[in-house]
Unconditional design. Structure first.
Length: 319
């Protein structure tokens, strides 16, 4: 057996059991992939895939365990490469951050600016998407870390570390009647059309839950993944906006005013996700601590070694 066979099996699963697509992804031929998988099955003495005619349809029960072992082996191979690269050139490489728009737009600019000053030879790239997409990038070794508020802590194979906490705010145009409501109540807010995040982003679940507990049904007229889009439509008078606190800047958002809403929707925790058993390069540790100073190298290593998924505030986390 060899690594090529392992990669063919893994890619066949990733490509939804389509061997033609798997071959294209690995820049080889479909017959070659099919032959390699059959040879591996013969050597192991079990079928890895269920078949219908010449097509593979799913994993067999032993195939599921074999895939798990293959994932571990290929992960270790990738780690060996990273270790070699680490010692050959510890201050250069590629660093991929998978994150949501809110984090990329508001939380990361200053951090990345400081990071590139320290590691000017490291090529940083940002991949944006939904929390589910970010998790896939991590699990498939297409990103080094993921940053999101939702989704990461429940994904098998990902260690989710709490990075920082934040609260929502309400944004309205100057002179809006809600500015007279202090403190703001959900009963006040529900009187107006609402513009806020898509259900998969930036604490939207907590917003929905807060209204539901009060038996209120908000009129959500627009959902977006981008706080700038939400604020733009608030400025047009379409409704009042609910966004992350970091998305409001008094100098930049001169046509808007904000009302604190943490007492209505609670506190959210942004998580930093890394793949279980991942090998982290020195500059990755530096970035993590720069992004969340409570997550020092010792704490991160302890979390990795214990395969822990941390849900608490980082200040309270200990292992």
């Amino acid at each position: 057996m060899n690594l090529h066979q392992f990669r063919f099996v893994r890619e066949a699963v990733r490509q939804n059991f389509n061997l033609t697509d798997a071959a294209k992804a690995l820049f080889t031929s479909q017959p070659g992939v099919s032959k390699a998988i059959l040879e591996l099955e013969d050597e192991l003495g079990v079928e890895i895939f269920r078949r219908h005619g010449k097509r593979i349809r799913n994993l067999t029960e032993p195939g599921k365990k074999i895939l798990s072992a293959i994932e571990r082996i290929l992960g270790d191979v990738e780690n060996l490469k990273k270790i070699g690269t680490e010692y050959a050139s510890s201050d250069q490489g590629n660093f991929v951050i998978a994150t949501t728009h809110t984090q990329a737009r508001y939380a990361l600019p200053k951090v990345i600016s400081e990071f590139t000053k320290k590691f000017p030879k490291v090529r940083v790239s940002i991949q944006q998407g939904s929390p589910e997409h970010l998790a896939e990038l991590i699990l498939h070794d297409q990103a080094d870390i993921a940053i999101a508020t939702e989704g990461l802590s429940k994904v098998p194979g990902i260690i989710a570390l709490p990075a920082y906490q934040w609260q929502h705010i309400v944004v309205v145009p100057h002179g809006h009647p809600l500015l007279q409501k202090k403190p703001l109540a959900l009963e006040d807010l529900v009187q107006y059309p609402i513009i806020t995040y898509d259900v998969a982003f930036a604490g939207r679940k907590k917003i929905n839950e807060a209204f539901a507990r009060k038996g209120l049904t908000p009129d959500v007229v627009l959902e977006a993944i981008d706080a700038d889009v939400i604020k733009t439509y608030v400025e047009t008078g379409l409704g009042v906006g609910i966004v992350a606190g970091a998305a409001y800047d008094v100098n930049r958002d001169k046509d808007l005013e904000m009302l604190p809403a943490g007492h209505l929707f609670g506190t959210n925790t942004t998580k930093l996700g890394i793949k279980k058993d991942a090998y982290l390069r020195a500059y990755t540790y530096f970035f993590i601590e720069l992004f969340s100073p409570t997550l020092n190298r010792k704490l991160v290593d302890q979390a990795i070694s214990s395969i822990a998924t941390v849900e608490d505030d980082p200040k309270e986390y200990s292992i």
